[in-house]
Design a protein around this ligand. Structure first.
Ligand code: DGJ
Length: 733
């Protein structure tokens, strides 16, 4: 006799798995760092709410008195409406949700109930995973939070998946939501453009929404960067006050929504920008949102930045704890005009200067359509025979003979229509089938969502390294946003393009990192239009800006330093703004990963000797500048000066970079108080990076002071001389 097998549909199993609403009522999930608590609680309706985010609470037993229901109307009554940890469209929350879903039957509402959660230890932190599920649909969200206690950083992201009969449509898919209940909120955002990156602007947020987003696709952070600061109860200050600092690890379109509701609460919603990206999610497919990384500082942005820097070096940035190579680049010096002899000469100059590497920039490839300017050649990654008849191997040998390493520029996600690649594979390109084509820098973007294109792009790096294993470095550029938005690969699913394109880039970068884990790479995007912590898992540093005018660079570096450690930020000494001295230009670049992009013939002997000395100093001071702690002491946004201090972990070696931009006649020059020193140690202070023919103007030169004195009384490092700089080394005795 046949046994009767009863098959329970997956749909029913999913619904059975939703916990009884009362079963977990009152369950508390505490996500803690050393200084901060994020507390979540299951409400009596079985859904999950944020009950607290702020300074760490002393008494565990008081967490239960945090009510999940908030004042939901301004008449003071408490209706049962809370701050849902991952609010969904179509329920009783009347403000911006984290996720918008149209289920397979067309129903646009989603109610997520707590199912279960788990906690595990991972490298440097504690990971909490919380599983939520709709009670009427087999639709699941898993929230992930990793708390890094020592660095006071929390990283959060979500996985979305379902088991419905047909695909569901996701119209939004944030990484997380955070809520605040304070008297006032002030946003600092970072606007950008070519040569104008990381410009800081602040404003008070009022009722309604402020959206910071980008729709550029590939050169995605060209107009604004994926990070922000929120001052709670006052504008963001450098050394005091509570500030939320958050950044999204996503190299494509992102969106930050800041919404103040009817009772003055703020919600912060970071995520991929769903612009033109209704995402069709198949049953069983997991949609993983990007990581949102945040810190709460109770001592202003300076401390928040230090949290981010520490965290990034230890847990995120590629080779975050490793050293970095100084270099000589040829872009500003030669542009496209070079040949083997010129490059060999530059390699010798690199050695003479004292840097570790020569970096060959754009213009070395293409034969049918040689890359002699930016109109042709992108896509054809073969050395131009006329220009470099002996190929990359000859360049590698020349570098070896000059005793420097060799690095090379690529822009592998792009194509010029004037290229053999475009002729062979027009279907690999993002381009409209039925409209005129718009060109940005005469180029188009390859469709990275297409696996064949991914293989090709991976091959660009793989071929170079297979043929020339001694290539020691890549500068990976990306000069165009996605234009003519249409993917021949996705055909009738164009909503996937923006997202799958970025995922395609990550697939390639993952493969490269797996095969070549130790090759350092610079992330570049027409300057600093790519600067996020997901890309930086694959890159050792990023190029902050093509703008190397040192005055502008002080502001640009000040902006990026809010979120990135020095060693992630590349800066080169160039001929931009020759009205400023080589010393001023080099001192500014020395606050980042130092490089040069200048012909030595442009320097007189004093200037050259100065640069050589500055490079040696920079290398010696790496424990402070690259791996130490940064204190932004005087802001160029608030004064006519800028001062930044770096101190090594042992508090034995430090350096202060002081700049005078355009001080006013007879303005008050105050002493600058240092930070972070050991008050009981004695420190010798002395000026370094002096031009060979000049004498120090530093009043306290070669004197010894206690850390206490230096932090309470300070040093006279400011002056009236426009566009001048002073670099002071601090040495524990
Ligand atoms: C833009 C980059 O930012 C520059 O440094 C340089 O590499 C050019 N592209 C080359 O085309």
């Amino acid at each position: 006799m046949k046994r009767k097998i009863s098959i329970i549909p997956a749909f029913a199993i999913a619904m059975m798995a939703v916990a009884n609403p009362n079963e977990n009522d009152g369950k508390i999930i505490r996500i803690s760092t050393d200084n901060t608590d994020l507390v979540l609680k299951v409400g009596e309706n079985g859904r999950l709410y944020q009950t607290y985010l702020g300074p760490k609470l002393l008494n565990e037993n008081e967490l239960s008195s945090l009510d999940w229901a908030q004042h939901a109307s301004s008449d003071g009554s408490v209706s049962k409406r809370g701050w849902e940890a991952y609010s969904a469209s179509g329920n009783e929350d009347f403000f911006e949700p984290a996720i918008g879903v149209t289920h397979s039957d067309g129903n646009p509402t989603t109610y997520l109930y707590y199912v279960d959660s788990s906690v595990s230890q991972i490298d440097g932190g504690t990971q909490t995973d919380i599983h939520l599920r709709d009670d009427k649909y087999p639709f699941n969200v898993t929230l992930h939070y990793v708390a890094y206690p020592e660095e006071n950083v929390i990283k959060t992201w979500s996985d979305i998946k379902h088991n419905e009969n047909k695909p569901v449509l996701l119209s939004s898919y944030a990484s997380a939501i955070l809520y605040f209940n304070e008297a006032s909120y002030f946003l600092t955002e970072f606007s950008s453009d070519w040569a104008k990156e990381a410009q800081m602007h602040s404003q008070q947020l009022q009722f309604g929404k402020k959206v910071v987003d980008t729709k550029l696709g590939s050169r995605a952070a060209m107009h604004t960067h994926p990070f922000f600061e929120i001052g709670l109860n006052g504008p963001v200050k450098e050394h005091s006050g509570e500030v939320l600092m958050g950044t999204l690890g996503w190299t494509g379109n992102f969106r930050f929504t800041f919404e103040i509701d009817n009772v003055g609460n703020l919600r912060v919603i970071p995520g991929i920008n769903p612009y033109a990206s209704n995402y069709e999610l198949k049953a069983g497919e997991i949609f993983t949102t990007p990581e949102f990384i945040f810190t709460l500082s109770y001592d202003g942005a300076s401390q928040g930045s230090r949290n981010m820097h520490e965290w990034a070096r230890k847990y995120s940035l590629k080779d975050g704890l490793g050293s970095r190579m100084t270099l000589l680049n040829n872009w500003e010096n030669t542009a496209f005009n070079f040949n083997q002899d010129i490059l060999s000469q530059l390699m010798k100059e690199a050695k003479h200067l004292g840097v570790d590497m020569f970096l060959l920039d754009d213009g070395w490839f293409g034969n049918k359509y040689p890359r002699k300017d930016d109109h042709a050649g992108l896509g054809d990654w073969e050395v131009t025979h006329d220009k470099l008849p002996d190929g990359i191997s000859a360049l590698v040998n020349a570098a070896e003979n000059a005793d420097v390493k060799f690095g090379i520029w690529i822009e592998p996600e792009m194509v010029n229509p004037k290229s053999e690649l475009y002729e062979k594979h027009p279907d690999w390109v993002i381009e409209q089938p039925n409209r005129d084509t718009y060109y940005y820098r005469n180029q188009l973007v390859l469709d990275m969502s297409n696996p064949e294109v991914q293989d090709y792009v991976y091959g660009v790096v793989d071929n170079i390294l297979t043929e020339n294993p001694k290539v020691a470095y890549f500068k990976w550029d990306c000069n165009s946003p996605i234009t003519n938005i249409y993917s021949p690969y996705h055909k009738n699913k164009q909503g996937q393009l923006y997202i799958d394109h970025v995922r395609g880039i990550y697939n390639v970068l993952k493969r490269i990192k797996e095969k070549y884990p130790n090759v350092p790479m610079m992330l570049c995007s027409g300057g600093g239009a790519r600067c996020d912590y997901e890309a930086l898992k694959y890159f050792t540093e990023f190029w902050c800006s093509d703008n190397t005018d040192p005055i502008e660079r002080i502001y640009i570096q000040w902006g990026f330093s809010q979120f990135f450690p020095t060693k992630a930020m590349a800066a080169h000494v160039t001929s931009w703004n020759k009205n400023t001295s080589i010393k001023f230009r080099t001192d500014v670049a020395s606050m980042c990963k130092l490089g040069f992009d200048i012909g030595l013939k442009d320097l007189n002997s004093n200037e050259l000797a100065y640069c050589q000395q500055a490079i040696e100093n920079w290398k010696r001071l790496q424990p402070a500048i690259m791996d130490g702690t940064q204190y932004r002491l005087v802001s160029p946004y608030e004064t006519n000066h800028a001062v930044v201090e770096y101190l090594d972990k042992e508090k034995n070696q430090g350096v202060i970079f002081a700049y005078n931009l355009s001080p006013r006649f007879q303005e008050k020059l105050h002493r600058v108080k240092l930070q972070g020193l050991d008050p009981t140690k004695k420190y010798l202070v002395k000026e370094i990076n002096l031009m060979p023919d000049s004498k120090t103007q530093f009043a306290q030169n070669n004197k010894t002071f206690s850390g206490d004195y230096l932090m309470k009384i300070g040093l006279d490092v400011l002056s009236y001389a426009h566009n001048s700089s002073m670099v002071i080394e601090i040495i524990a005795q």
